[in-house]
Design a protein around this ligand. Structure first.
Ligand code: F6R
Length: 611
């Protein structure tokens, strides 16, 4: 809201945010004191086409791109939602868990609903409260927020207050960009649509409600007792450039992000590791470092790819720091009754820093007295703020829905963490520590070399693009990489894929092997090389097709595998940073050849802010 035409800014912003959800989109504007709402199933581009022959002007508005939770993706269920009298509009991320009972009550009071969403119920609820209490919109929103159970980031607009926007959050992110003299405001779920206009932002905290009017921004607490306390907005300066969120000549964000990895890993190491002076420091974990040094156990929490990075870290921490590690799906951890001891340290891993399950698991661990360390990519994100300390991955914005550069950056940070702890605990020798620092410093070059096999991987993808199933096998540090390779393939190409520890194959999955089954082996020269060679032979004996990731110069595996893809050699502990590269590229090329949208795969969203 503010000085400029709102609609072009909203549409551009929605496109930048589309990676977070893309099944339908809509906008609401106020013109001549009337509310105009336009919504369309599908991508933002479809909404834009639909709006082409409709003239809309006005300097206040809001838009939304949806990832369906309640109600199928269609025009009606798209946001913004509006009240019965067509005067109030709302956009909402999150889930209102008690919406069914609120809806029942509203139906009884005569409300009609057009769709099935919890969000539509939300705006009718606000309308009803305002009517019954004859109060201001602010009061009505605040009362409603105290009644609803669940997660939300909302923006509310009223045709009767055409110069005002209200926004509030609980568990779902919301950023406010602030223009010169507070004459303009831009709100979004993350900073990507805002940086074009300003780098001054306020991240709303949980249970805060912001009131924006030209020239003023007020932030209050939604809890009634505290509601009149105005807090001074804490303005942060974003260190983000527009280039970082554009494709830069690549066909997709995913490909750009895969190829950015030499640079993103270098950025992650920058200032933290200098091998020549044996300098290794993670500034973000110094205050509570004793908790890690003396931990009897480390619990690692994450989801999806971040969980895979956690599994790699389990091997790394146990090998280097000799501390037992448990890696938990955040979504499972939060719903059992986990045993957390005062001498446990918790590490939560999240690219977006907004994953609802990880956030809830952190809250649970915190409530039981644990010290939590975060490994996040998005600066200022909810998880980064909820943890006691942490280290950012500095991989830059990851827009492609499938996580790639975040994984290598997470593993890099976790490696540095383990090395810091191992050095202080005396569980690595000086020589080993020094060698690993030099090798880690050099790893971006080796990632660049692994990327040079892109064309060869594309040729292999042509052969397997029509596969119905694929198996990924690896051992030790590379078992989690096998899981990650399988996840990449299934999420962007929709081919069913499974990852296993190679030795587990004979306990069941080997039954799947026939001439139609491609099997990707991570078969590098590490401590289990011979065993993996035997596993390859077992697959070949059953006519399976083998694609093997091998060390450069390995001519032996080439004699038995159908295809080999080389990666440079490195220390075993660092291999996941290289073996994952060909797996990302293989999934990418197969998906592109199958005509899939690799940046926005079906049914997925980048930040999973609902459970
Ligand atoms: C996979 C992927 C997801 C995320 C998961 C956790 O490519 O992107 O599996 O890794 O949703 O997300 P973050 O790391 O943001 O917590």
């Amino acid at each position: 809201m503010g000085e400029q035409e709102a609609l072009p800014i909203i549409l551009k912003g929605l496109k930048r945010l589309e990676y977070r959800g893309y099944d339908s989109a809509g906008v609401a504007l106020i013109r001549d004191n009337n509310l105009l709402v336009y919504k369309k199933k599908g991508k933002v581009a479809e909404l834009e086409n639909y709006l082409q022959d409709k003239v809309q002007t006005g300097s206040i508005g809001m838009g939304h791109t949806r990832w369906a939770t309640h109600g199928e993706p269609n025009d009606t269920n798209a946001h913004p939602h509006y009240s019965s009298d067509n005067r109030l509009a709302l956009i909402h991320n999150g889930i209102i868990e008690n919406y069914a009972s609120i809806k029942q009550e509203l139906l009884r009071k005569g409300h009609h609903f057009l769709g099935q969403t919890d969000s539509e119920v939300f705006i009718h609820f606000i309308e009803q409260i305002q009517k019954e209490n004859e109060c201001s919109l602010f009061e009505a929103v605040r009362i409603a927020l105290n009644e609803v159970v669940g997660a939300y980031a909302i923006v509310v607009m009223s045709a009767d207050a055409p110069n005002q926007l209200l926004a509030a959050r609980k568990s779902s992110p919301l950023v406010i960009g602030i223009g010169k003299d507070r004459q303009e405001f831009w709100l979004a779920s993350d900073a990507t649509p805002i940086i074009e206009y300003t780098n001054e932002v306020v991240y709303l905290d949980d249970l805060q409600i912001a009131v924006m009017q030209k020239g003023s921004l007020e932030i209050k607490d939604i809890r009634a007792a505290l509601g009149d306390v105005v807090s001074t907005p804490y303005i942060q300066y974003l260190d983000l450039t527009l280039d970082a969120i554009e494709k830069g000549g690549f066909d997709s964000f995913m490909l750009k992000e895969i190829f950015e990895q030499p640079e993103s890993v270098r950025n992650c190491l920058r200032g933290r590791l200098i091998a020549s002076t044996q300098h290794l420091q993670l500034g973000g974990i110094t205050k509570h470092i004793d908790k890690l040094l003396n931990a009897k156990r480390i619990i690692i929490l994450g989801c999806g790819t971040s969980w895979h990075a956690g599994l790699v870290a389990e091997y790394i921490f146990e090998e280097l720091a000799r501390i037992p590690v448990e890696v938990e799906y955040a979504s499972e951890f939060r719903y059992r009754n986990p045993i957390i001891n005062p001498d446990d340290a918790v590490i939560a891993i999240s690219q977006s820093g907004e994953t609802a399950d990880t956030l809830a698991a952190i809250d649970l661990a915190k409530s039981r007295g644990a010290t939590i360390f975060g490994v996040c990519n998005v600066v200022g994100s909810s998880i980064a703020r909820a943890t006691h300390e942490g280290a950012y991955t500095h991989a830059g914005p990851e827009i492609g829905v499938a996580s790639t550069k975040a994984f290598t950056a997470q593993v890099t940070v976790l490696l540095m963490m383990a090395l810091v702890i191992a050095k202080k605990r005396g569980t690595v020798s000086d020589a080993q520590f020094s060698e690993l620092l030099y090798e880690l410093e050099n790893i971006p070059e080796k990632i660049a070399k692994a990327l040079q096999f892109n064309a060869q991987i594309e040729d292999i993808a042509k052969i397997y693009k029509n596969a119905s199933n694929m198996i990924y096998l690896g051992r030790g540090f590379n078992f989690p990489v096998a899981l990650e390779g399988a996840l990449k393939l299934k999420e962007i190409s929709y081919i069913h894929a499974e990852g296993y520890p190679a030795a587990e194959m004979k306990h069941g999955p080997i039954a799947l092997i026939d001439a139609e089954m491609p099997v990707v082996f991570i078969a590098i020269k590490d401590s289990s090389y011979e065993k993996v060679v035997s596993n390859i032979q077992e697959v070949k004996a059953r006519k399976g097709r083998v694609i093997a990731i091998v060390n450069e110069g390995d001519t032996f595996i080439a004699t038995m595998a159908d295809h080999v893809i080389e990666i440079p050699s490195t220390y075993e502990i660092l291999t996941p940073l290289l073996t994952v590269i060909p797996l990302q590229l293989l999934a990418y090329h197969i998906a592109v050849m199958r005509g899939c949208n690799v940046d926005q795969p079906r049914n997925l969203a980048k930040s999973v802010t609902v459970e």
